[in-house]
Design a protein around this ligand. Structure first.
Ligand code: HEC
Ligand SMILES: [Cu+2]
Length: 294
């Protein structure tokens, strides 16, 4: 999709440059040619020639040319039916994180795993205000509107990691609303899906487990432990490249830092501060979260 957009852009630039050169050449010619004696009748004929040629034929032809190029390109950007229906993934924007749902019930957040080499339909929507889904290297942006699902068809030709970013101002932490798109080759994608589907954990022992289940679990889901659906699913949080939708690289120890300081790192985010939980318990929860991965 991004390739179509790029092609269209270059074609428009090329054509506009030709027009600019043509007009400039005519203008220079008009400035420098020697004045000619013309009768009134001749002048009228010349005027008519310019109006018909330069005012009707030339723009008409130009627009036809652009349409011949633009309409097929526009069609290739649309999620039209395919012989084999593409994988459909639901992506929902929240202030300020991304929820990602796969057809067979796998849920993740702030990251999107896709197969490379085949088209994927992303059905995007929002749970609160208008956001916009944009992964520049894969395609154009598409607004995420509460109550509506828009479909964006993307295809990553090569495996790799592509950064995405919310592209519609959605509040104070709009800048901290990034998404990591990981395109796998087909076997690796199937392996990831299978591993994610099977993933189950048990809570950490003691105080940490109790706090997680009673408190964190009201908002967060961890398969096998809690069913909260109001905040990012944490079942694979240990394997995510970043925390807080791109706020913090998920290096060892980053989860400890996030749990203690998330309101300083990402002020106003939807998670209450955990001041009334002892730092030791928070660290124990963070160390356990770090192990959650397929
Ligand atoms: C009232 C709901 C709520 C509670 C309770 C809550 N959280 Fe959160 N949490 C959120 C929201 C909302 C976010 C997303 C914040 C953002 O990035 O904008 C979040 C983000 C996170 C993240 C980062 C996830 C990611 O993918 O970036 C972790 C880890 C986390 N919470 C752990 C916890 C732990 C541990 C507890 C309990 C001590 C807890 N949360 C309690 C709402 C909650
Ligand atoms: Cu935004």
């Amino acid at each position: 999709m991004a390739r179509e957009v790029t092609l269209l852009w270059w074609a428009m630039l090329g054509f506009a440059s030709l027009v600019l050169l043509g007009v400039t050449a005519l203008w220079l010619y008009a400035m420098h040619r020697a004045p000619r004696e013309t009768s009134a009748e001749q002048a009228r004929r010349i005027n008519r020639r310019w109006i018909v040629g330069g005012g009707l034929l030339l723009p008409g032809l130009s627009i036809l040319l652009l349409l011949a190029f633009g309409i097929p390109a526009g069609h290739r950007l649309l999620p039209l039916p395919l012989a084999e229906p593409p994988l459909r993934i639901e992506v929902t924007g929240h202030q300020w994180w991304w929820e990602v749902r796969y057809p067979d019930g796998v849920v993740t957040a702030n990251q999107l795993h896709i197969p490379a080499g085949r088209p994927v339909d992303l059905a995007v929507s929002s749970a609160d205000v208008i956001h916009s889904f944009w992964v520049p290297r894969l395609g154009g942006k598409l607004d995420m509107i509460p109550g509506r699902r828009h479909v964006l068809r993307l295809q990553a030709d090569r495996p790799g990691t592509y950064r995405g970013q919310c592209a519609e101002f959605c509040g104070s932490q709009h800048a901290h609303m990034a998404i990591d798109v990981v395109a796998h080759d087909e076997p690796a994608f199937q392996a990831w899906m299978a591993a994610r589907r099977e993933l189950r954990f048990s809570p950490p022992p003691g105080e940490a487990g109790a706090v997680f289940e009673q408190r964190c679990g009201r908002c967060h889901r961890v398969a096998g432990v809690s069913e909260g659906g109001r905040a990012p699913d944490l079942t694979d949080v240990g394997s995510r490249p970043s925390l807080g939708a791109g706020t913090l690289d998920n290096r060892p120890g980053a989860l400890r830092r996030w749990l203690r300081e998330h309101q300083r790192l990402k002020p106003g985010n939807g998670m209450p501060a955990h001041d009334d939980v002892t730092p030791e318990t928070l660290d124990r929860i963070a160390d356990w979260l770090e192990t959650l991965a397929p």
